[in-house]
Design a protein around this ligand. Sequence first.
Ligand code: SF4
Length: 328
Amino acid sequence: MTKKGRVFSGARPTGRQHLGNYLGAIQNYAELQNEYDCVYCIVDVHALTTVETTQELRQNTFEMALDWLAAGIRPEETIMFVQSHVPEVMELHAYLSMVTPLGKLTDLPTFKEKIRHQPENVNYGLLGYPVLMTADIVLYKTDVVPVGIDQVPHIEFARETVRSFNYRFQTQALIEPQAKHTEIKKVLGIDGKEKMSKSLNNHIELAASPAETTKRVREMVTDPARVKRTDPGNPDICNVFTMHKIFSPQDEVDMINVECRRAGIGCVDCKMRLANNLNKHLEPFRAKRAEFESKPDDVQAILDDGGKRARAVAQEVMAEVREAMKLP
Ligand code: SF4
């Protein structure tokens, strides 16, 4: 089947992935492979802008690769690699920085937010982040970048930077990427309030054991107005019900929707049902993950091979870039 073009996406190595990562991104990564040539990058250099120590960087990269593979990334067709394995990205970052006005970077809301978060470490990497991200995208002849609505400005930045570069050096060496609008599902954590996140410790890891998963589900916050078993509940405001709609069979969802409202089902029972359905859903993922985990050399070989294939494309692009710039 002829594919529609090339997709690029990158994610920081945050270690073991959770349900929020899975529903918000990884599932989409796997589906996109059916329509596009995909390039998926674990952006370890970007991670350096915020991490205090690199002690866990390798392990986190490995864990993330395991989750991607177990979730259906097919390395025989998709290029799955680690950002720092293609040093050409640093070179392109430097060239693109020459056509990027400083004010444009300092004005970006994401930069302002970052310096609010870590005022004690406002490094150049934080400022140049969008330029490096542009280099990531365009180095692999990317046609399309899947983005949620809040990431559209990043792609606009990349497109403008490509236009500036191509205009300045009178070339077509770099392709302007298109944004592919994707509904990025916002998954709430077990607190039922904040977005699921490892740093808030409100997450459920994909690789957790069935017992750990059940324990986390049992900790989930439900309809706060339902204090006693005999109180009727409101599934519309309950995160447990939101999860049921994703992981449970339709007849069970319908039953809970009715029974919760008339106190016909208790929250403990409701959560146990969710835990069982979730564990069932994750069974094939966990089996595949365990298989990859038992062969770390194979996983490393997949990343190395992805790096080589990514680098072959990058070297082609960089040859054109250097030629266009008339570098001696
Ligand atoms: Fe939420 Fe289920 Fe309890 Fe209703 S019965 S409040 S849907 S956990």
